[in-house]
Structures are given as structure tokens and as C-alpha cells.
Design a binder for this molecule. Structure first.
Ligand code: ATP
Ligand code: MG
Length: 192
């Protein structure tokens, strides 16, 4: 079992590189952003709560988010047997600690954290471009700026957390999708 966290600011390419990872390593992909957007689309109770936070560029509260993730893991116990790509989770230190406990309870652990590092101007540029056809309520300049602030304040401290755990692999996240993926492969294969 090989569990991977794909980590980085909004627009850093987590979703794009996850596609490559799924194909190459046969891991189960959990994107918390996709899980939440699916609830919004289906109009569930959770979707209504999530919509308000997402449209405002804020994080869903930790306790709620942690329960959602545990639920996804339990409902997909079979599919996750080879390992999981965690995309968009953890986003806070509290979530990272909860993930550690959750995986330990299931007899496993995080094996690597792939940190996609991209300059701020490029992130804004990519997200505005994506906003032209993503239909996402959070891909507009005002909300993008809020999301980047949230990233700097609440999420980026995880970099040091995972460096201290000996799990962090810094990946230069600009260039071609293939070139970036080649660097990711090298980092993962050294740990497998
Ligand atoms: P990328 O473009 O790199 O794929 P992203 O930040 O644009 O990343 P998502 O990961 O899809 O987008 O997240 C969208 C929104 O969903 C977040 O801004 C947040 O409101 C909510 N969200 C997703 N994951 C979490 C989480 N782990 N904790 C709290 N809120 C979350
Ligand atoms: Mg995403």
C-alpha cells in the first residue's frame, strides 16, 4: 500500500497531476474539492453548507471535513486497498494530524507528500483562465485572492509539518505537464 498526498496552492496542478498518478500507479484518487462539488451538484444538506464556504473562498470547518474524509475511506475500503492519492486534503495541521490517526487506525500511513511549488502570479493566471470554462463559483479574481490568503495562513504551514515527518518532496510545478510528472515519478520511485 502506498499513500500519497498531493499538496500545493490552488491552481498548482494537483488535479492534473493526479490524473497521471492514477494511470501510472493504480492508486485510488480522493479529491475533497470534487467530493464537495458533487454534493453541491446533488443539492444535499452537506452541499448547501459546502457551497457557502467554497463560494466565499473559505475552508470547510475541520471537524466536518475530517468526518467527510473518513466516510469516503470507509465506503471505498476495497478500492483503496493499493493506496490513495489525497488531493486537497489535508489543508490544515489539524487535518494532517487527523489523517495520520485515521490511517494508523487502518494499519497504514502517508508514504510521500508531493509539494507542487508554483509562483503566485502564475497561480492567479491559471485560475482565471480555468474560470472561463470551469463554471466554478470560486474561480474569479476576488475569490482567488481569498483562497490564496487562506492557503498562506492555514495550509502552507503543512510544508514544514511534512518536512519534519521526512515525507515532503518539493516539485517545481511550472513547465510542461509531462516534465513535471517526470519529476514526480522520480520522487515517488525513490520511496517505493
Ligand atoms: P487545484 O486547482 O490545485 O486542484 P483548488 O484549491 O483549486 O486546487 P479544490 O481542491 O477543488 O480546488 O478545493 C476547492 C474548495 O473546496 C476549497 O477552496 C475549499 O473551500 C473546499 N475544500 C476542499 N478540500 C478541503 C479541505 N481539505 N478542507 C477544507 N475545505 C476544503
Ligand atoms: Mg483540484
Amino acid at each position: 500500500m502506498f499513500n500519497l498526498v498531493i499538496f500545493g496552492a490552488p491552481g498548482s496542478g494537483k488535479g492534473t497531476q493526479s490524473e497521471n498518478l492514477i494511470q501510472n500507479y493504480g492508486l485510488y484518487h480522493i479529491s475533497t474539492g470534487d467530493v464537495l462539488r458533487d454534493h453541491i451538484k446533488r443539492g444535499t444538506e452537506l452541499g448547501k453548507i459546502a457551497d457557502a464556504f467554497i463560494s466565499d473562498g473559505k475552508l470547510i470547518p475541520d471537524d466536518l471535513m475530517i468526518n467527510i474524509l473518513a466516510d469516503v475511506l470507509d465506503k471505498n475500503a476495497d478500492a483503496t486497498r493499493n493506496g490513495v492519492i489525497f488531493d486537497g486534503f489535508p489543508r490544515t495541521i489539524e487535518q494532517a494530524k487527523a489523517l495520520k490517526t485515521m490511517l494508523a487506525e487502518r494499519g497504514t500511513q502517508v508514504n510521500a507528500v508531493i509539494g507542487l511549488e508554483v509562483a503566485e502570479e502564475e497561480l492567479i493566471d491559471r485560475l482565471i483562465k480555468r474560470g472561463k470554462d470551469s463554471g466554478r463559483s470560486d474561480d474569479n479574481l476576488e475569490t482567488i485572492k481569498k483562497r490564496l490568503d487562506v492557503y498562506h495562513n492555514q495550509t502552507s504551514p503543512l510544508r514544514d509539518f511534512y518536512i519534519a515527518e521526512g515525507l515532503y518532496e518539493a516539485i517545481h510545478g511550472s513547465g510542461t505537464v509531462e516534465g513535471i510528472f517526470a519529476d514526480i515519478r522520480t520522487a515517488i520511485d525513490a520511496r517505493r
